[in-house]
Design a protein around this ligand. Sequence first.
Ligand code: AMP
Length: 455
Amino acid sequence: MCAIVGVYGAKNAAKIAYYALFAMQHRGQEATGISTANGDKIHLVKKRGLVTEVFDESSFEFLKGNCAIGHNRYSTAGADSVLDAQPVFAKYKLGEISVAHNGNLVNKYEVRNRLIERGAIFQTGMDTENIVHLIAKSQNDALVDRIKDMLSKIEGAYCLVIQSRSKMFVIRDRFGIRPLSLGRLKDGGWIVASETCAFDLVGAEFIRDVRPGEMLTFEEDREPFSEQIFEPDYHPCAFEYIYFSRPDSIIDGKNVYQTRVAMGKMLAKEAPADVDLVLPVPDSGVAAAKGYAEGLGIPFEMGIVRNHYVGRTFIEPTQEIRNLKVKLKLSPIKHLIEGKRIAIIDDSLVRGTTSKQIVKMLLEAGAKEIHMRIAAPEIKYPCRYGIDTPTQAELISSRYSVKEIAKKIGATTLGFLSIEGLIESLGTERTYSLVSFDGNYFAGGSAQSPGCSDI
Ligand code: AMP
């Protein structure tokens, strides 16, 4: 999942990158890092932990230069080392390089095995290391040609920021699966970031989204130089809108919050429930629940309180801890719920863990009926393009019918948004990546191939 940022031509590049990463903390909480370049040298600080834990004033004394790139890493199984933090830094024939990557390469095993056969050594499990090796091993003279060479060898979903001692390169894969936007800083200089919420915090003006298949080159005394490297075949990820991005972000001209409200309204049409009250699962279901309540003309209440000091439920890998975490995170307002027929709205159903706990919690709080509504279609296939999903066998909708799942989670009824309803809510002007719902692995990989965390 992850967030990336690149800042070029700014006096306080590292501080700007820091605030941008802070705004995008929701995209990854496991580790964070910033590297800066001052023309002579690249400096790097990276560590496990949140943005506010990893950096302090002394970091910024060290992180000198007017170009900074940064990364927030999403928690994935087994990656327990600072080496797994990004950016990935290396020295090679042309000097120094630093790379930050958001996405997932579907041919990472093939590439890595080929490199290992030719004597390469790896320090981490990250596919980003493949990228650094491919650049270092290229026979081309100029870095830009080495990058193009590397791009011809990787497949899948990627947004990349690559830093040399004096330049910065930004690339979005030809499908534009993960979001990436370009902004201009108020006091001069440029910023690219996974989400526009980063621009709002640092006071940057949004210019445009980086185009699918585009490479932007930033160098001194020049406007960013754009090159279309690949023919675009645009498939932005629908899950960014459903769950992952921050509600205030704008991806490809669409505000995330508003698309979620539209999904909720569509859900009200497709799966209405005869209830007294609509509640969201906070925070991820709030916008959709508002749309659902408006669509049906039923009162909306924030009937479940979220403790914000607990991380997202997926951070701990074991099932026992996940169960406990839901309780730590959410608790019901009993007097709102007692004796009521409730529709409870969440953005997605993955393993079914959260829903089961919530239904139990609401029943214990005295609810008469619980109608669970999910503002996304059934997740039947693992994403291979950068959203961390469990194996197909763990996806409850890949194994059971809607009725069976309702029974398993203890809900009176259960309803999902249809794929057609999702497309209509997002707008039909472009083709979205719906891989988790329809199993169309258009950018390579398959339900069985390795996921984000499997190298
Ligand atoms: P589950 O409890 O396994 O059914 O997961 C569903 C809950 O996890 C929902 O409340 C979602 O907001 C959230 N969720 C969905 N996808 C992800 C993901 N890839 N990583 C973390 N949380 C997720």
